[in-house]
Design a protein around this ligand. Structure first.
Ligand code: TYM
Length: 329
């Protein structure tokens, strides 16, 4: 059974891109693999400086992960800061990646550019090293993510191979897994930019907890183009292609197949909005139920952290030992 690991940051409300690009794959894969899924609160610290915010959003995200269908009896769902091995291996990873490699990360360039007038933490720069630790601690064979994480998985593979070359076979070199449709959901108002929690406005982002009427409205107002032809072409027709890809992801078809059913933009927008509402409504009900019992959510996260630690501590010990650090006694 392959081991799978993937994580999500507790920054802001989960959106449709997170769901179609990652969470849905986590849920569909949980029975065929040994699944570990982390809520990476320490990663969120790279862009959070207000006290008392992360704990609440971590619990809300836990409810969201169970609401979308992760089964705590099958998948291990844990909070990163509950498993101290992440920080410990994170440092080792920082010493295994070069400054030059980190400088080439497009996410760092994008995020630091957006925060131009803001505090840019060193953690934002070294972020991929901690992400490599998240993955390598679990001997993950596969990492199911959206397309935007490709560079981070590639650098993780480079780090793993470099470490194994220096200190002997220690880490599994993981593979990226992206969904057939939905790997890059774009902003409905700016269809060349990915749908992102850090976007300037909300009107192009569909949140998992949006009211059905708000979702329908956002799709109705989606930016398209003026040539009037329904065709899947990401370069020439980014708005229409995004709608086709979202509808395809919600209905289990390909964007190209989906396109053949439409000759006009209006019905495509309406059907996509409705398909998204159909997918999200049951998730919203389960989310509300789960948030009604926060003690149970905390219990599930405790169980998840215990399971995660039992794997992570063995990998960390192996890494320390292969490096040849002096054991405590
Ligand atoms: P994060 O929290 O930004 O996003 C969580 C997951 O959602 C995917 N995603 C998208 N997929 C399709 N379209 C979009 N518009 C879209 N926006 C986000 C992301 O690809 C991701 O899979 N660095 C990671 C978190 C992380 C991680 C890890 C992931 C930390 N450690 C270890 C995998 C393994 C991040 O910021 O994801």
């Amino acid at each position: 059974m392959p081991r799978v690991l993937s994580c999500i940051q507790p920054t802001g409300v989960v959106h449709l891109g997170n769901y179609l690009g990652a969470l849905r794959t986590w849920v569909s894969g949980q029975h065929e693999c040994d699944a570990f899924h982390g809520i990476v609160d320490l990663h969120a610290l790279t862009v959070t400086d207000r006290p008392g915010v992360l704990g609440a959003s971590t619990l809300e995200l836990a409810a969201t992960l169970f609401a979308v269908g992760l089964d705590p009896d099958v998948a291990t769902v844990f909070v990163q800061s509950h498993v101290p091995e992440h920080s410990q291996l994170g440092w080792v990873m920082e010493c295994t990646v070069s400054h030059g490699e980190l400088s080439r990360m497009t996410q760092f360039k994008d995020k630091s550019a957006k925060r131009e007038a803001d505090f840019i933490s060193a953690g934002l720069f070294t972020y991929p090293a901690l992400q490599a630790a998240d993955i390598l601690l679990y001997d993950a064979d596969e990492v199911p993510v959206g397309e935007d994480q490709r560079q981070h998985i590639e650098i993780t593979r480079d780090i793993a191979m470099r470490f194994n070359g220096r200190f002997g076979k220690t880490f599994v070199v993981p593979k990226i897994i992206t969904p057939r449709a939905g790997a890059k959901v774009t902003d409905l108002q700016e269809p060349t930019a990915k749908m992102s929690k850090s976007a300037a406005g909300d009107s192009g982002i569909v949140y998992l907890l949006d009211e059905p009427s708000a979702i329908i409205k956002k799709f109705k107002r989606a930016v398209t183009d003026s040539d009037g032809e329904v065709r899947f072409d990401r370069t020439e027709k980014p708005g229409i292609s995004n709608l086709l890809e979202i509808l395809a992801a919600c209905t289990g078809r390909t964007p190209e197949q989906t396109a053949t059913a439409y000759t006009q933009y209006g019905p495509l927008k309406a059907d996509t909005g409705e398909a998204v509402v159909d997918v999200l409504t049951p998730i919203q009900h389960r989310y509300r139920e789960l948030m009604g019992d926060q003690a149970e959510l905390s219990r599930l996260l405790r169980v998840g952290a215990d399971k995660a630690r039992s794997v992570a501590s063995a990998t960390l010990a192996r890494a320390y030992s292969n490096i040849g650090l002096l054991p405590p006694n």
